[in-house]
Design a protein around this ligand. Structure first.
Ligand SMILES: O=C([O-])CC(=O)C(=O)O
Ligand SMILES: [Mg+2]
Length: 233
């Protein structure tokens, strides 16, 4: 489908599924998704301690131009996460406290962007969390067409509108809408298993024994010696 579009309809996943993935956190969800779906770590948290999850509203924008972010705000609903990408690499500060005020008014829980943000002190003070490739004061214009709610690539990951974006201090995950329930189930199983492991490790059990890693080391030819052998011996 050629051209630029603002797509109105987004199929959003069930709120319980979104909430469950948020509670599980990025690292667990990433493991549960078979170690797929992680947005590149260069798209990193710009505050401490924020944890969000929500359906993605996506923006494909011309670099250095935030016109389509303004168009996207109107498409956002309570609980959504705005995901902004540019059609070629850009670190321009295309998002700041004014746009955040607008998103907060619609109940949006955070921004993930492959480009830059600015007004970072104000964003932190107002409690609007952002995960961004850059912080840059570089200003942008409102002059070029783009699209809202089309599939985009953010930090090397495909993000479709309505996919579940989970973001915390560890980074950003995108869970495809069709596998969100399955990934939640696997996340819960991992959390339960990790409770037992945490208790064992805290009691002094070694990972070497708990995971059967002594055999792995042996198989890989790793040997234990009391002292490093002299060179040449
Ligand atoms: O207005 C802009 O171009 C971006 C910005 O700084 C804001 O949203 O506050
Ligand atoms: Mg500003």
């Amino acid at each position: 489908m050629a051209g630029h579009h603002v797509v109105r309809n987004v199929k959003r996943p069930a709120p319980e599924v979104v909430q469950g993935l948020r509670d599980a956190g990025v690292a667990t969800v990433h493991e549960a998704a078979g170690r797929t779906g992680l947005v590149a770590p260069a798209v990193r948290p710009r505050q401490d301690g924020a944890v969000i999850a929500g359906p993605a509203i996506t923006v494909s924008s011309h670099p250095g131009d935030n016109l389509m972010i303004h168009a996207a705000v109107e498409m956002c609903q309570e609980g959504d996460v705005l995901v902004v990408t540019t059609t070629s690499p850009s670190t321009d500060g295309m998002f700041g406290d004014l746009l955040a005020a607008s998103l907060l008014a619609r109940g949006v829980v955070g921004l993930v962007t492959d480009a830059g943000v600015r007004d970072i002190a104000a964003l932190r003070a107002m409690g609007f969390p952002v995960w961004a490739r850059a912080v840059s004061a570089q200003g942008t214009v409102k002059a070029s067409p783009g699209s809202v709610n089309v599939p985009v690539v953010c930090g090397g990951r495909l993000v479709r509108p309505g996919d579940v974006v989970v973001a915390d201090d560890d980074g950003v995950m995108c869970v495809p809408a069709r596998s969100a329930e399955d990934v939640l189930e696997r996340s819960r199983a991992r959390i339960a298993a990790e409770e037992d492991k945490r208790a064992a490790l805290s009691s002094g059990v070694l990972g070497l024994d708990m995971y059967g890693l002594r055999e792995v080391l042996t198989r890989l030819g790793v040997t234990y010696v009391d002292d490093l052998p002299e060179e040449g011996s």
